[in-house]
Design a protein around this ligand. Sequence first.
Ligand code: ADP
Ligand code: TRP
Length: 358
Amino acid sequence: MEEKKEKEIVLSGIRATGNLHIGNYFGALSKFVRMQQDDKYENLFFVADLHALTTAPDPAALHANVRSIVTEYLAAGIDPEKSTIFVQSDVPEVSELYLLLNMHVGIGELMRTASFKDKARKALGIHSDSDNIESEIIGNESTSKRVNAGLLTYPTLMAVDILIQKAQKVPVGKDQEQHLELTRRFARRFNNFYGVELFPEPYNFDFGGKPVKVPGLDGSGKMGKSEGNCIYLIDDEKTLRKKVMRAVTDQGPTEPNSEPTQPIANLFSLMELASTPDTVEHFRKAYADCSIRYGDLKKQLAEDLVALTAPIRERIQAISGDDAYIGRVLREGAEKARERAARTLSEAREVMGIRKFY
Ligand code: ADP
Ligand code: TRP
C-alpha cells in the first residue's frame, strides 16, 4: 500500500482589531485562499482575539471584530471544507503553552522587537525614536498610561500559535517577518535546551514572489488600520471610488523617464496588484513620456479594485447575518485546532518535567 505523505501545516491569523482592508487582502488573505488549491497543505486560519487585547481592550468591539473577520475570511474564499477556521481563544492550550514558552524568552529580545517599540511609544505618547526604550517606558509610565506585559510578550503568543500546530508555512505580509524570525529562534532554543525535535522552524510563504507591502492612499508607505489610509473590503463602490480619486498625487512628471515620486509609485504598486499587466504597462509608458493623466489612472485603478472587491462584499453581506453557519464553522474549527494543540502541549509538558502523580 502506498504510504500516505504527511501534509505540510500552513497556519496564519489576523488580529481582531477591525474590518479587513486590501493590505490584509493582498498581504495575507489572498494567499490563504491560494494555499487551499494545493492539497500538499493542511491549512489552519484563525482570528487572533487574544492578540487584539494587547492594545485598547474593548469587550463589545472585540466580539464584533471576531465575527467580522471570520465573515471576511469566508467571503474571500476560505472554505471550511478545506481549511480549519477558528478563534484563538477557543484553543486554551495556546494560553498554557504561552506561559511555558515564556520561561525561555528574554525580556531584552522582546524589548528590541520593532513592533513592540512602535506600540510602546504609541501607548505612552512618546514621539522620539530613541532606541533607549527601556528607560523611556520606566520614565513615562503613569497610573493612566502603561505598556502592558501582554504587549511585550506578543511575539511569544504568536510563536505559540504557530508552534503548537507545528506549522511550517506561515503566509503573512512583510511586516511580520521579524516575528517569524523570533518564532524560529524560540523553537530552536526550546528544542536545543531539552534535546528534542518538538517544534519545526516556520517560514513565511509567498508562492515564490516577494512578500508584498501594500501602500496607503495618502502617499505613505503602508496601508494600515491605524493609519486611516485604507480601502476596506466592505467599502461600497461609491466610497471606494471616492477614496481612490482622492489619493495623493504630485504635479506630474516634467522630464521623460523620470523616477516616480513616492505617492505615484504607490499608485503603481496598487495597480500591479489589482490591474492587468497590460493596464500597468499602458500607464507606465504614459508616465515615462509625460502624457499621463492621473485622473485616468485613478479611474482605472478604482474600476479594477471595484471588480475585485464587489463579489467579496456581496458575500460578506450574505454571510454576516447567518449566526448558525458562523457558529458551526467555528465550533468544528475549534475542535480540530484543539486536537493538534492538545497533543503538542502534552509533549511540551512532558519534556519540561510537568508530569502527573495520579
Ligand atoms: P494592520 O496593520 O492594518 O493592523 P494587521 O497587523 O492586523 O493589519 O495585519 C494582518 C495581516 O495582514 C498580516 O499578515 C500583515 O502582514 C498583513 N498586512 C497588513 N497590512 C498590510 C499591508 N499594507 N501590506 C501587506 N500586508 C499587510
Ligand atoms: N501578528 C500577526 C499580525 O499582526 C497576527 C498573528 C498572531 C499571526 N498570531 C499569528 C500571524 C500566527 C501568523 C501566525 O498580523
